[in-house]
Design a protein around this ligand. Sequence first.
Ligand code: MN
Length: 232
Amino acid sequence: MSQRLFPSPDFPAVPVVGEDALFPVHRIFCVGRNYADHAKEMGSEVDREAPFYFLKGAYALVESGATAPYPPGTENLHHEIEFVVAIGKPLFRASRDAAMAAVLGYATGLDMTRRDLQNKAKDQGRPWDFGKNFETGAVLSPITRAAEFGEIGGQRIWLEVDGTVRQQSTLSEMVWSVPDILTDLSRYYHLQPGDVIYTGTPAGVGAVAPGNVLRGGVDGLAGIELTIGAAE
Ligand code: MN
């Protein structure tokens, strides 16, 4: 068998709460505009026809507790706190019951965004990749098993920057529910164990700067912490 020219790294992995095993992260799907108040602050409305998505590569993953450098190419790095679904079984053209049975667990995530690049892409009708899919763009907490978390409902989701609350809502404010999202997404992709879905952010997104410490969480889940390092 031919050797590879250079090492191909394993997928990054995050802890599972209370277990030794790690959850390897494969693809990172992100839902756009899933809270009406955030869609409004972005100058848009929620699309009631169907959810829409963008993706980040697994190399964008940052574990909670890290210091991530202020990324290159932007002067407007934003935080977006999100509820994250971790897939544990293959899922394709799934029913709502099958979709929920394939959920391994949930986590807290930060969909970091180079907002200036995203807005420029939006204005020009171009892809969002440069605004969204960059190294250190996806922060993820340890994963809590779905059975431990229980039903998705009125849990609070929140983010603080240097101790000041910037984002605060509840999971019941999501326009598209987790079964809505999984049944829809599985019509377009063969979802696999290791795929994660960031389910959108509530209002209050805003800029961060080197030295800021971000802390966020969802009731019942492990929280996240991220320190913004010096610009590269
Ligand atoms: Mn987002």
